[in-house]
Write a protein that binds this ligand. Structure first.
Ligand code: ARG
Length: 577
């Protein structure tokens, strides 16, 4: 049930009947304050201006034509020409009764399923995943889960950094290690491995020479170099896969679509860009000049697609990759979860993609960018020594802290259950802290805030869920015994019911904008509304069995909604805490 869509249609019809053009925007939104009703239509003022009519007069006429029987109990004109809509308690009751059935909390599967490619996580080979990849991984996965829940076909694309000139050096160093100590690969510390390889490259002439020859050989498909390269990729991804598992992220090894995948396409792309007159030679390199982007001098900026030495670039790969996603994966839509510093890079690559006609304008390509993770000091998140924070260390610390916290709260819990709980709370806290902030801004990583049992945090949400469940435990009923229809008489019941029925609207926003914080805010608000409902509307001691059943249904739908909502975020729920 999407009330916003339903009301928008109704208000549109009334607007047209009152003389507005057919494409008018009714702008129906959830009201910010209870006294303005459940929804507001805010579009009247702008339309009245176009029609040259006093806005309140148009609003009155719209209300006269507005048929909301069975939906709203009251509509009114407010302020300069807003229309406030108050939902009918009988409408709420009927829809709660529908939604509570089944296990999707009333959420329909989309009538227009799309194939959506989601580019996220994208760590680099022979490098440790860092906190920047954490944001992409967590936010991207929440978006994927949401789209799949709504019934879209999602293709997860882990754009692994598995190609480039650094591989000569990495292969040469792996070889050196194999010769020196046959058993240990020395890759358990990826960061250290990379650093040492670089050092050997900079300091040892013979090593550097070998490294350079390996790059050429690797690109030429040499079997030995391919094998060594594969080994580097596999070791890195084995470690990353373990991290995904810990994070309860849905990426698997089958989702790896690394940069190397597009390598065979690159010569063809460059030749085609030249043939189309988009790319030109400039000092030996091949460059696309873009009028859409100007440098400081006001001249069109150039994007190098092939270097003087014949090498290709990150941008060339992203051009090929978009083409591939459209032609081979048949994407109807592409989402990229990459940090905001790569925005210009993507915009340039996509401008070329559009100009070359590789992906038609009708297929949206969206950069769902995010800001940086900052320390409490407001500077980029670093270890005390100033290094990048290893993801695995961060998660270890989360578990440790959560373990202490939940042990304190549950002194009698047995060790195995405690561990499970600590895992859900600790990992949940790290993820939720990120998900609950608007992704476009930087965010401050703060252990104390994220592990607090109050406020918009994972522990609070997980706890809220267990509290709703405990209502059922106390009532000793199961779902099938709730046969009486829902009836809404108290304001708090009405508020909770209306919010419950807004789950679908919330999912739709997250699916459209890739903004999981909207879901977090919704669930947080829902938990709060449940609390005040629970305080003021007795359930177990309700005045009649019918009221008791009706209220239990509201509680049941709250539990289902919280669980499903947290599922779309990739946050685990527990039964007891
Ligand atoms: N591997 C890159 C990095 O670590 C991110 C890749 C993002 N995806 C893409 N299609 N460019 O910065």
């Amino acid at each position: 049930m999407n009330i916003q869509v339903l009301l928008s249609e109704k208000v549109s019809q009334a607007l047209v009947a009152a003389g507005a053009p057919a494409d008018c925007e009714p702008q129906v939104r959830q009201s910010a304050k209870v006294q303005f009703g459940d929804y507001q239509a805010n579009g009247v003022m702008a339309i009245a201006k176009k029609l040259g009519m006093p806005p309140r007069q148009l609003a009155e006429q719209v209300i006269n034509h507005l048929d909301l029987s069975g939906i709203a109990s009251k509509t009114e004109v407010a302020g300069p020409g807003f229309i406030n809509i108050f939902l009918d308690p009988a409408f709420l009751a009927r829809n709660i009764d529908e939604a509570v059935k089944g296990d999707r909390a009333g959420i329909a599967v989309t009538a227009n399923p799309q194939t959506i490619v989601v580019d996220y996580s994208a760590p680099n080979v022979a490098k440790e995943m860092h906190v920047g990849h954490l944001r992409s991984t967590i936010i991207g996965d929440a978006s994927v889960r949401t789209l799949e829940f709504l019934g879209h076909k999602v293709i997860r694309a882990n754009h692994l950094g598995d190609w480039g000139t650094q591989f000569g050096m990495l292969i040469a160093y792996l070889e050196k290690q194999q010769q020196e100590n046959s058993g240990d690969m020395g890759l358990s510390d990826l960061e250290g491995f990379y650093r040492e390889a670089k050092k050997a490259y900079d300091e040892d002439e013979a090593f550097a020479l070998r490294a350079r020859s390996y790059v050429v050989k690797l690109q030429g498909g040499d079997e030995y170099c391919r094998k060594m390269w594969r080994m580097l990729v596999d070791i890195t991804m084995k470690q990353n896969q373990a991290t995904y598992q810990r994070l309860n992220v849905t990426l698997t090894e089958d989702d790896i679509m690394g940069e190397s995948l597009y390598n065979p396409m690159l010569p063809g792309i460059v030749a085609d860009l030249k043939a189309k007159g988009l790319a030109t030679e400039s000092e030996g390199a091949t460059v696309v000049y873009l009028d859409e982007f100007k440098n400081k001098e006001g001249d069109p900026m150039g994007v190098i697609v092939q270097k003087k030495d014949g090498g290709y670039l990150y941008t060339t790969t992203d051009i090929a990759c978009a083409k591939y996603r459209y032609e081979k994966l048949h994407a109807d839509r592409m989402l990229y979860y990459i940090d905001s510093r790569q925005h210009q890079h993507l915009m340039m690559a996509w401008t070329i993609v559009r100009k070359a006609g590789y992906v038609p304008e009708s297929i949206p390509m969206e950069h769902h960018m995010f800001g940086m993770m900052l320390g409490k000091d407001g500077k980029p998140f670093k270890t005390r020594a100033g290094g990048t924070v290893k993801l695995s260390d961060l998660l270890d610390e989360a578990l440790e802290r959560a373990q202490r916290l939940v042990a304190e709260k549950n002194p009698d819990m047995d060790a195995a259950e405690l561990k499970k709980l600590a895992n859900a709370v600790g990992i949940g806290a790290v993820k939720y802290a990120d998900l609950s902030k608007s992704r476009t801004t930087d965010y401050v990583f703060d252990w104390d805030n994220m592990l607090a049992f109050e406020g918009n945090t994972a522990p609070y949400m997980q706890y809220a869920y267990t509290r709703v469940l405990s209502v059922f435990r106390k009532a000793g009923v199961d779902e099938s015994s709730l046969t009486a229809p829902v009836s809404i008489s108290d304001d708090r019941e009405a508020l909770l019911a209306a919010r419950l029925l807004q789950f679908e609207e919330t999912l739709a926003v997250v699916a459209r904008d890739g903004t999981p914080h909207v879901m977090c805010a919704y669930l947080y608000d829902l938990a709060g509304l449940f609390s005040s409902f629970y305080e003021h509307c007795p359930i177990l001691s309700a005045e009649s069995d019918t009221v008791r059943q009706s209220r239990l249904k509201l509680a049941l739908l709250t539990a289902k909604t919280l669980k499903l909502g947290l599922d779309t975020l990739g946050i685990e729920t527990i039964e007891r805490m």
